[in-house]
Ligand binder design. Sequence first.
Ligand code: BDR
Ligand code: CA
Length: 308
Amino acid sequence: MKTTNKLPPIIIDTDPGHDDAMAIMLLIKSKLFDVKAITTVAGNVKIQDVTNNARYVLDLLESDVPIYSGETRPLKRQPVIAQVHGNGGLAGANITKTEKLNHEAVNQIIRIVRENPHEVSIVVIGPETNIARAFIKDPELPKIVKQLVIMGGTIEAPGNKGSVAEFNIFCDPEAAKIVFDSEVKIILNPLDVANHMPMFLEEFEKLKGSKLYQPIISMMTHFIKGIEKFELTKGALMYDPLVAYYLVNPKAYKLTNMEVHVETKGEYTYGMTVVDRRTWGEKNPNVSVITSIDRKSFVNDFVKIIRS
Ligand code: BDR
Ligand code: CA
């Protein structure tokens, strides 16, 4: 009898973005997952651009993973866009195709999770609008998603969009609040860790010989230029691939359970992730927060997987 080795199903919910592109490449090239869908969400740039960018990345990978476009704006607030990724959200990439928007992301997230209860990990590397919409439409969903692996928020580090908020959460705080207050299991990669783990151009040079070398060097050169204007580093901040890598090699991670809430009413703190860091009193931890990642393993595996 033929035996099939079933790979763990995942969905990548994303707003590409340079670091999103690296996360998508890492997950697909690893061949460790059954990538059921790329769902796009307005975030780094508008929905048409992020969806075109997702198509560009999948074409580079010669991948037939379906793309479902998602929410075009946040639940309540005015849309925000990012500055570090340049025009179109993926400066340095040769985007030539306009991907037709199908607005199917929310329905497809629900379908995929319903068809694979307790099995699907969702890699959430954009604003949480699609996920919140799916939870509103299907309130049982948080209980049957295996886990959300989220790039978002900050514990002690300053914000990267305003003084206290991280970009993905700031883009749609109301959506993030729905997600964090739900029963879903969350693994969170906050800025605190990602800020200290840039990858440098010399490290991307190790991809020489790979088909992806040229496009990656071109994208990362532009990303680093964008980052230099706003952050104190000369490297590419690998926010999204760092959380994606958790699924590839969880042993490289240290996690601490924390109680995390999203501020939606503050005049100065809108979009802040408020963490109860008191050492006393009762806590209701709702999130496993990544507190450290083995950088060497990440960089070595990233290079190995992309070259493979
Ligand atoms: C997050 O913001 C976006 O610009 C990146 O793609 C990442 O998901 C980091 O704060
Ligand atoms: Ca992103």
